[in-house]
Design a protein around this ligand. Structure first.
Ligand code: AMP
Ligand code: ZN
Length: 465
């Protein structure tokens, strides 16, 4: 079956065709780094991880960009509260975010552009929007996007603008803007911003949140690209505004497929930092649950359906990943020399698994295929009905599924490739000769190949990045 995705823009499932055959340009909204992300956020990031892994297994080369929001109201407020610089605060939480991604086995993006490193690009885009009549400066040194100037405004969220504007007008007491729904592209400096400010043609200030994603996505993926993702709460206003800014600045289309994942709930309500009803990854890990069970519990549902988190579900998930691990060990006992080949063959069950994912990433259906097959295979093993060759094919299938789910225990993780091994040895040599510069260069080369080397008293430990 051909790949189909539900596109929020058209509210339909559509056949997926990237702009360039075999290449997918993907943008996913990243975290606001004022706090440690909660497992609700990770539901969205895991959906994106599975989407990317699936496209890769289906033969696409995926170029993935995820922004880091390191300046906004929340980051500024928190840095003031903690009396640390904005950079100190955001660096701390960016690093925690990367550590969490790793623990959840989320494959890294190709790039993580930070908002504060792209202020010049944002100013240039805002200038373009002002020149073209889509935006206007105000007396307080801010710049607003005029939604009236863009007839396409509201197409993603399907807004009834007339209705919204009349209700907004009653609630809004902000008279600096021409129209209440207009949103800030640039925010003029206020005393509570402290030292956080950049010079611009409109005076000191900082960019709005929405402009950063329009600018950084198009900078690294091109003005028009394939897929844009986020959680459903991003549809309005964030993604609606991204479309307005990007399309008006370039005069071209923007993202072609918009995929949004539903929320993770806790006791029926959205898990969110502002409600205070959230768990961080650390909160769950310290209870002793393995990361692969957390990965599984957050993936075990269709991305467009709400998912309820509970400790019971997590306990069940732990049993499931244990059963999968037991199944893996059982097959490996028969063929201990088995190593997954670089290019995993597409077995019929592997194909059925991917077929289910072709249909708008139907993980529950794909898992049903997998568990049915695992049960049958276990029965065949009970009756010693499988030849050595058949066992190898089963392991191929298991590893193909694992390319997407990544739920097997860590002992199975890909063996370190020889070229990485050689670089590690050369680096050890350089270290013994106290040639630190060379050792550092080698570490970078190892990193570029997707591996991390850590020095421990027992010698270097190499892990996938
Ligand atoms: P933030 O750091 O708040 O910008 O959120 C990062 C990502 O997590 C965004 O794509 C949000 O849509 C998503 N998100 C926030 N809360 C939840 C939730 N309870 N369930 C799933 N995704 C969420
Ligand atoms: Zn964004």
């Amino acid at each position: 079956m051909a790949i189909r995705f539900y596109n929020t823009l058209t509210r339909k499932k559509e056949p997926f065709h990237p702009l360039e055959e075999g290449k997918v340009r993907l943008y996913t909204c990243g975290p606001t780094v004022y706090n440690q992300a909660h497992i609700g956020n990770f539901r969205t990031f895991l959906f994106e991880d599975v989407l990317k892994r699936f496209l890769t297994v289906r033969g696409h080369q995926v170029l993935h960009v995820m922004n880091i929001t390191d300046v906004d109201d929340k980051t500024i407020r928190r840095s003031r509260e903690e009396q640390v610089s904005l950079t100190e605060l955001t660096t701390r939480y960016t690093n925690r975010f990367f550590a969490d991604l790793k623990r959840l086995r989320i494959r890294p993006a190709d790039r993580y552009p930070r908002a504060t490193e792209h202020i010049g690009d944002m100013i240039a885009t805002i200038q373009k929007l002002v020149e073209r009549g889509y935006a206007y400066p105000t007396d307080d040194g801010s710049v607003y996007f005029s939604i009236q100037a863009f007839p396409g405004y509201g197409k993603l969220a399907r807004l009834n603008l007339d209705q919204m504007q009349s209700t907004e007008r009653i609630q809004s007491d902000d008279y600096t803007k021409d129209a209440p729904m207009d949103f800030a592209l640039w925010k003029g400096w206020k005393p509570e911003d402290g030292a956080v400010a950049w010079d611009s043609p409109w005076g000191k200030g900082r960019p709005g949140w929405h402009i950063e994603c329009s600018v950084m996505s198009t900078k690294y993926l091109g003005e028009e690209f394939d897929i844009h993702c986020g959680g459903v709460d991003n549809i309005f206003p964030h993604h609606e505004n991204e479309i307005a800014q990007a399309e008006c600045a370039s005069g071209q289309g923007f993202a072609r497929y918009w995929l949004h994942s539903e929320h993770l709930l806790i006791e029926g309500g959205k898990m969110s930092k502002s409600r205070g009803n959230f768990y961080r990854l650390d909160d769950v890990l310290k209870e002793g649950y393995p990361p692969e069970a957390i990965r599984y519990v957050l993936l075990n549902g269709h991305y467009r359906s709400k998912l309820n988190f509970s400790w019971d579900r997590l306990r069940e998930a732990t049993q499931v990943v244990k059963r999968v691990a037991g199944f893996y060990r059982r097959l490996m006992e028969i063929d201990p020399a088995y190593r997954p080949p670089e290019q995993l063959p597409l077995t019929p069950v592997g194909e059925a698994f991917l077929d289910a994912l072709d249909d708008d990433l139907d993980v529950p259906e794909a898992l049903a295929v997998f568990f049915d097959w695992m049960r049958k295979t276990n029965q065949e093993l009970d009756h010693s009905q499988l030849s050595a060759e058949e066992v190898r094919r089963r392991l191929d299938t298991l590893f193909l599924v694992n390319e997407i789910m990544d739920w097997l225990p860590s002992e199975t993780r890909t063996a370190i490739p020889v070229d990485v091994q050689e670089l590690v040895e050369q680096r050890q040599q350089a270290r013994t000769e106290t040639d630190w510069a060379k050792a550092d260069t080698l570490r970078e080369r190892i990193r570029a190949l997707g591996w991390e080397v850590k020095d421990t008293p027992k010698g270097p430990v190499v892990t996938p990045r």
